[in-house]
Design a protein around this ligand. Sequence first.
Ligand code: AMP
Length: 287
Amino acid sequence: MSLVFSQPPAIRLWAESSRMAGRRIALVPTMGALHAGHLALIEAARRHADLVVVSIFVNPIQFNRRDDFDAYPRDVETDRALCDEAGVDVVYAPSAGAMYPEGFESGVEVTRLTEPLCGAERLGHFRGVTTVVTKLFNAVRPHVAVFGEKDYQQLAVIRRMAADLDFGIEVIGLPTVREPDGLALSSRTRLLSAQGRTAARCVPLALAAAAARLAEGETRAVAIADAAVRRIETESAARLEYAELRDPATLEVVEVVDAPTLLALAVWVDGVRLIDNRMLNPGETNP
Ligand code: AMP
């Protein structure tokens, strides 16, 4: 059975004594509604540490829309059972009140990397993410923290923050776990209707269409992005928010794909916002 903590000082005490005993701690931050993508992160965490902590917290300050926050799936009982099964040592599930008590007014900000993509669409989102991750890092005192490449920009921002602010925490990124039809696993896909779930296939298909365009010899970023855009447009239940080619390190705009380039997508299906990405590698003939 996983130990459960809900108060920052309590888990901090546990973390300090675990460190004193020479144990390595890995943290997997999540917003719950756990799926196989989270479980892959937990497995990786186990390989890098003696003790695995999974945090489950739907962080209100990273949502820029109240309806999105309210609708976000929550299933704490199942999450705890999954953590037990996965051999997680500690579940850290604080309440919003414990994280943001009356009078809370501090924040952590990463600037340039948070400007494009999801940062441009969801104002304040990344400030909410970096602030909560800082609080989790300070409470759990991990040696290692594991994140998914599915949220590519988030991973880049956290790596930057961990390095810039001398957290001394190794940040590990793991590849996206997908359904057999290519859709990235995500807590939000639980909110899709059956038709929406079918329509959502356009997201991985759009990524594949862009990769195919590159494999055919196209190197202009606009033309490659256009292949993805057109694939989304064939699906009437889907609405594109962005399809952009970016430098994987700086997230700056790329015009010609002559080096590995990130293709990032945000698509609304059925009122649910889905994000996905893939690396486009020039010279890859069979993407
Ligand atoms: P979330 O609970 O959606 O905030 O995600 C918690 C962590 O799981 C983040 O680091 C995500 O990038 C990661 N994650 C979410 N979906 C997947 C997936 N399909 N494959 C791998 N990691 C994922």
